[in-house]
Ligand binder design. Structure first.
Ligand SMILES: CC(C)(COP(=O)(O)OP(=O)(O)OC[C@H]1O[C@@H](n2cnc3c(N)ncnc32)[C@H](O)[C@@H]1OP(=O)(O)O)[C@@H](O)C(=O)NCCC(=O)NCCS
Length: 166
């Protein structure tokens, strides 16, 4: 049995009552993943998302895609990377980084984000990473609240600036 299959089975057992399986997303899942990703990042062109996901499949040491599914549908995903640039508030480098998390509205508040995050933490620990970073728009109150409930500590705010120089 391959490692990913093993992981999938363990999560299936712990989530049996909800009939939800947490698993590592593969290229074959890309079409379904794209539908959810466009809901989370509607302003990002589909071709850019395709590149991002393609890179994650190609370089599993640097990124991962974790999914949650019922027997019939993909209902959530996490996209995470290993960041080598400084992550606000971190003491170590590199740091695992939660780039995006999404659960379909009708499946929310049932612990699915928590289950996927537990899988990400396990993936990160196996890589020797001891910190997990994330971010949210200051205006996204739901995301901030959920981050705190999931064990993240808010870091002192920095305001980003950008100047066009060409
Ligand atoms: C944020 C999101 C992924 C949470 O998914 P979820 O499966 O509903 O989350 P969970 O059920 O695992 O809940 C995790 C924790 O957050 C809390 N939580 C979830 N939704 C909440 C809400 N609307 N208000 C307050 N707390 C909430 C839960 O109570 C739980 O905390 P607890 O264990 O202490 O009770 C989901 O709401 C979503 O996809 N939102 C839109 C996309 C988004 O904003 N993503 C984050 C930015 S990248």
């Amino acid at each position: 049995m391959r490692k990913e299959e093993k992981t999938s089975k363990v999560r299936q057992q712990s989530a049996t009552q909800k009939h939800i399986t947490i698993f590592k997303l593969r290229r074959a899942d890309d079409a379904k993943l794209m539908i959810l990703a466009r809901k989370l990042w509607p302003y990002v062109p589909a071709r850019d998302l395709k590149t991002v996901f393609g890179n994650a499949h190609k370089r599993p040491a640097k990124a991962t895609l974790i999914g949650a599914r019922t027997d019939t549908a993909l209902i959530g995903f996490i996209y995470a990377t290993v960041r080598v640039d400084y992550v606000e508030g971190s003491d170590t480098s590199p740091v695992a980084y939660l780039e995006g998390i999404y659960v379909e509205p009708q499946h929310r508040k049932q612990g699915i984000a928590q289950e996927m995050l537990a899988e990400l933490e396990s993936w990160s620990r196996k890589k020797g990473l001891t910190e997990l970073g994330s971010d949210a728009y200051a205006t996204n109150k739901l995301s901030r609240r959920v981050h705190v409930r999931l064990g993240f500590k808010p870091q002192p705010l920095i305001a980003p600036f950008l100047k066009k120089i060409a």
